[in-house]
Design a protein around this ligand. Sequence first.
Ligand code: NAG
Ligand code: NAG
Ligand code: NAG
Ligand code: NAG
Length: 810
Amino acid sequence: TASPTGPRHPGAPQGRAWRFDCYPERGVVVTRELCEARNCCFIPASSFSAPGRNGVPWCFYPPGFPSYSLVSVKATELGQTGTLVKTVKTYYPKDILTLHLELLYETDHRLRVRITDPSESRFEVPIAVPKATEKASSPAYSVELSNEPFGIIVKRTSTGAVLLNTTVAPLFYCDQFLQLSSSLSSQYIYGLGEHRSSFLHDIHWNTLTMWARDVPPTELTNLYGAHPFYLAMEEGGTGTAHGFFLLNSNAMDVALQPGPAITWRTIGGILDFYVFLGPDPASVIGQYLEVVGYPTMPVYWALGYHLCRWGYGSSNATWDVVKNMRNYGIPQDVQWNDIDYMDRSLDFTFDPATFSTLPDMVKDLHSHGQRYVMMLDPGISSIQPEGEYWPYDEGLRRGVFINHTDGSTLIGKVWPGLTAFPDFSDDVTHEWWYDNLKRFHDKVPFDGLWIDMNEPSSFVDGSTVGCPDTELENPPYTPGILGGLLRAKTLCASAVQKTSSHYNMHSLYGLLEAKASAWGQYFDIWMKGLVSNHVSSQSLSLHPPPGMLTFNLLGVPLVGADVCGFSEQTEEELCVRWTQLGAFYPFTRNHNAIDQKPQDPPAFSPLARSAMKQSLLLRYSLFPLLYTLFHRAHTHGHTVARPLLFPKDVRTYGIDRQFLWGKSLMVTPVLDPGVDFVVGYFPQGLWYDYYTGDSIRSKGEELRLKAPLEHINLHLREGAVIPTQRPNTTLFVSSGQPLHLVSSLSEDGSAGGELFWDDGETSDTLETDQYAHIVFTVVKVRSDHYRPVRSHSVHGGEGTLRPLQTSTLT
Ligand SMILES: *[C@@H]1O[C@H](CO)[C@@H](O)[C@H](O)[C@H]1NC(C)=O
Ligand SMILES: *[C@@H]1O[C@H](CO)[C@@H](O)[C@H](O)[C@H]1NC(C)=O
Ligand SMILES: *[C@@H]1O[C@H](CO)[C@@H](O)[C@H](O)[C@H]1NC(C)=O
Ligand SMILES: *[C@@H]1O[C@H](CO)[C@@H](O)[C@H](O)[C@H]1NC(C)=O
């Protein structure tokens, strides 16, 4: 029995920061009795813990708590295997007492660890990951295994830094409760989406829950996406970084504590994780994306300005907004409609009265080089008279819907009333979905889809008839899910999908719908980013860009909040500042809720309208740079909107009110009301004001910048050459505009950059050699003379480029 103070192993980390929670269940007041029934230590904390956050645990594992031992380790072609055994059962049902451990030295910078049940196959995330064929020859990591209790220690060979040490708390592996803890190498942890929080996570007893959920972004709740990956900057100012990815889609808690340490607590699947060695943050992200897949190259117009709102009410009213934008010469590439275009909220229909001119509007958009995107929800109305709604009738015929365990169709409730939910884990569903899209496209030639509500969201818990009382519905441990139940505002966890139960498949629903929507490449559909672009909020002062930066780390670069805010009334100043900031979101869409006043640029005063127009023209002028950055994301897993995380400068580690495009263009937006200045941090070096060319030589300091309402601060880092173009009101027209290069010379007079250019629409231009990739360099020839930018085409695309003009900031 544990003594209250807890004996410790000599040398073990001391103190409260290292107490691992033995009673994470929510809504339970942990008593000594409950705690000691688990053979844990009980010490009620006297200190104050912030409301909503679980503070220092009162009940925690004592040293020597039963865990697994490692036996029979063998060398294999790719690493090692071993067997983990345990004799004492835990307080959760169905302990798996014998486990198979597999260490895979996949590349010099990637280690994979799998812990599985040798006697029974368990659910694994159905995504293709790269397979190594030979063991890494000179890994940047070393692995030590602790036998008793079992643990894995991963070190960076070059510095000896301990990146992972799982001996810090007992390992759990029960059917529905798997838990792995580790020390962290520092307090600098990023990623772990999707949550509303600062870019740099707070590790003070902060538990993040993952389980896809449709809810306005709120702190401390699970949100739309689930991304169990973190990036960590290592201690000691070396500037090295590593990453960790748990390949698991079940509902989970990720508990951070000040040790610094982390606990992964998932309720299904297996423990299958990767460690990425970087060594710099950009390489870590690239290595992570090598596993989960690089982002899709967006079609050029996806990078233009998008206008949307819920409740235009009619196609004519929507069309009027587009015409107004044209009259004022304000850039716009894409017009959207929210759900109100539909007839009785039915998918694949449009309202024959209020949206009768929708097909004409779409044709008009096309004739102006503009595009149309509309919302589409997965819920298919199940209550239309037979023969009157093809999507449902045909769906039933083909058996595409998710069922209850008894084989009946699961019915939930969404906008059109009662609905069935397509099972996108089945290929048959993909064909049916495609047929629906094609039938609708024949009437309304849309260009893109906004696939929404695919958490999947339902207005009832589980189904209209509830859910059966099973182990999947009521697991022994439920992570900190909003609503307290897996089925809260979604489908029954026990619901049956082709690949597996909804319990396992829930957080993959949106991803699989996105795959179905791109099937056949028939439409110009771009999805990545739109799947989870709800990083929206009411108030700019409360919502700087951390969500956007986090998504860029997670391989979703095409991201941006709803410009000017979705819910609540916007204000002119807020909307101007937000449009300026939004001009630098990789994805920029103005969107608001039903019953709010219009917030498209023409709805404001001439002064505000002109400020918005200027910021959008600025974005359009920078399109060649943005497009090139997306190419880099697509081919190398680089970020587009990039945090100011300069590895060697610890002062940049927490900055999320400024960011960069690529490595050179720094954006310092105003995020507070009623000010005409902004304070920004300038990492050491030479920076140029993008508009005036004035230079700032920073020692690594904060600077106060002028920021009148019509101005967004932009600075170019030394040593860059960036491609720009003369802007126009659509990117299509702009693509024929003259290109321009801006270079910012470094102290030694050099600069470099690149341009990727193709027709903006054809996919696979890289594979078919229909593109230009040009590298630019500037060299100093005499003390005051710089050879004009020299360029050479690296690939294909002869004759596709206009003459280049150049300017140099010195
Ligand atoms: C790993 O953690 C254990 C338990 O806290 C500790 O005793 C050990 O020293 C750690 N090992 C390393 C290499 O840090
Ligand atoms: C929309 O505008 C067209 C053309 O001006 C007009 O014929 C039609 O009646 C309008 N539709 C509605 C629903 O107001
Ligand atoms: C759901 O039930 C229908 C009708 O029995 C069947 O055709 C379909 O395959 C079932 N779907 C799943 C995922 O089991
Ligand atoms: C856009 O291009 C058109 C035609 O080339 C031109 O008339 C117009 O002035 C341009 N607009 C802007 C804002 O440059």
